[in-house]
Design a protein around this ligand. Structure first.
Ligand code: FAD
Length: 380
């Protein structure tokens, strides 16, 4: 085994770090305060090639792999968790299913502009009555002539109204058929009958948008069925397996950012006549943070590498997401603790980072669901 990253990965890391520190950092507080999604930043990520990292050059991608993608998401997350979330929702959830299951016609029409970052993707699975239990979904699609007619409502959808192309899941067969009852569709913004509902006011990730997608007799062409009719549930689960690598990477980045800020603060904050970093109580916190971040990063890179190699990776991705998201929360919490009262104010970035970290334990499968996935795999 060789744990040293190749030069191309280190070059990518440096270029994303430069972008994050130079372009994202100056506005990160403002976007959080104003709850503002900046589409221009997404377009800049496209110009840098970040939106196409794991896709082939023939589709406008960089022809790299999921390890490279994880490194890029991690570097964004270190500075701006919202930017990391925008990229990972776009690549893992909005683009990858079209790349993996799309016909060549669908790829030419939808994949290219998504990969190039000219269009923004989104993924609509969750409903009010169907979160962890996606099979409870009630959105329906009925074939009428050569069009599918969609009716229903998706909630919490990342990239929200700003997106252009949505992968949406709906029931196409009777409820009794359970996991074979769903199909996936590509839905374009602007399709009659497709509107946007409630916008969420969130604890963190305030530089992203989330809203309801509303379908009322929304007619989409038959050729916008993605993959095989009846395969939607399997497709959604496979997509989330990959998505969890993105959330794990985002979590590692959030933790790394919080750790670096806490370390710098501990070195300069003087109490009892010496920097608090000289206190063993603070050193132990920093030691635990560094240890957990390293463990989380190794799990994340391993899952990304397995996916890139075409190996089975679902359990590894669940382990990486579970460990890294819990690490991000523990590290952010301890970073606030090291800052004392200042950490609880909005004058210091650890307050925002702690709010941003929480979602990583919830979306793309909660921590409880990751444990269900890992447990099932152990006992299979
Ligand atoms: C900011 C944000 C962005 C999101 N983006 C998207 C998106 O782009 N697309 C999309 O489709 N969805 C998105 N979601 C939805 C997200 O994936 C769900 O919120 C998540 O899967 C949990 O579902 P739920 O909220 O309905 O919680 P529930 O499923 O109601 O869970 C509530 C609690 O019960 C626990 N629980 C449920 N079932 C079990 C079980 N079997 N065993 C043990 N514990 C269990 C959960 O772990 C949790 O603690 C987003 C959500 C948020 C908040």
């Amino acid at each position: 085994m060789d744990f040293k990253l190749g030069e191309e990965y280190e070059m990518l890391r440096q270029s994303v770090r430069d972008f994050a520190e130079g372009v994202l950092a100056p506005g990160v507080v403002d976007r959080d305060e104003k709850e503002y999604f900046d589409r221009g930043l997404f377009e800049k990520m496209g110009e840098l090639g970040l939106t196409g990292i794991p896709f082939e050059e023939k589709y406008g991608g960089a022809g790299m792999d999921y390890l490279a993608y994880a490194i890029a998401v991690e570097e964004l997350g270190r500075i701006d968790a919202s930017a990391a979330d925008t990229l990972s929702s776009h690549v893992s959830l909005g683009v990858w299913p079209i790349w993996n299951w799309g016909t060549e016609e669908q790829k030419q029409k939808y994949l290219l502009p998504l990969v190039e970052g000219k269009k923004l993707g989104a993924f609509g699975l969750t409903e009010a009555g169907a979160g962890s239990d996606a099979i409870a979904m009630s959105t329906k699609a009925v074939l009428d002539g050569d069009e599918w007619v969609l009716n229903g409502r998706k909630i919490f959808i990342t990239n929200a109204e700003a997106a252009d192309t949505y992968v949406v899941f709906a029931r196409t067969r009777p409820k009794e058929m359970r996991s074979k009852a769903f199909s996936a569709f590509i839905v374009e913004k602007g399709t009659p009958g497709f509107t946007f509902g409630k916008f969420e006011k969130k604890m963190g990730l305030r530089g992203t948008q989330n809203c309801d997608l509303v379908f009322e007799d929304c007619r989409i062409p038959q050729e916008n069925l993605l993959g095989q009719e009846g395969d939607g549930f399997k497709m959604s689960m496979e997509t989330l397996d990959g998505g969890r690598i993105g959330i794990a990477a985002q979590s590692v980045g959030i933790a790394q950012g919080a750790y670096e800020i806490a370390l710098a603060y501990a070195k300069q904050r003087v109490q009892f006549g010496k920097p608090i970093s000289a206190l063993q109580a603070i050193q132990f916190k920093l030691a635990d943070m560094a240890l957990e971040i390293k463990a989380s990063r190794l799990l994340t890179y391993d899952a990304a590498w397995r996916k890139s190699q075409g190996l089975e990776f679902g359990t590894d991705a669940a382990m990486a997401k579970l460990k890294a998201s819990e690490t991000a929360n523990r590290v952010a919490n301890q970073a606030v603790q090291i800052h004392g009262g200042y950490g609880y104010t909005r004058d210091y970035p650890v307050e925002r980072i702690m709010r941003d970290a929480k979602i990583c334990e919830i979306y793309e499968g909660t921590s409880e669901i990751q444990r269900v996935v890992i447990g099932n795999s152990i006992l299979r």
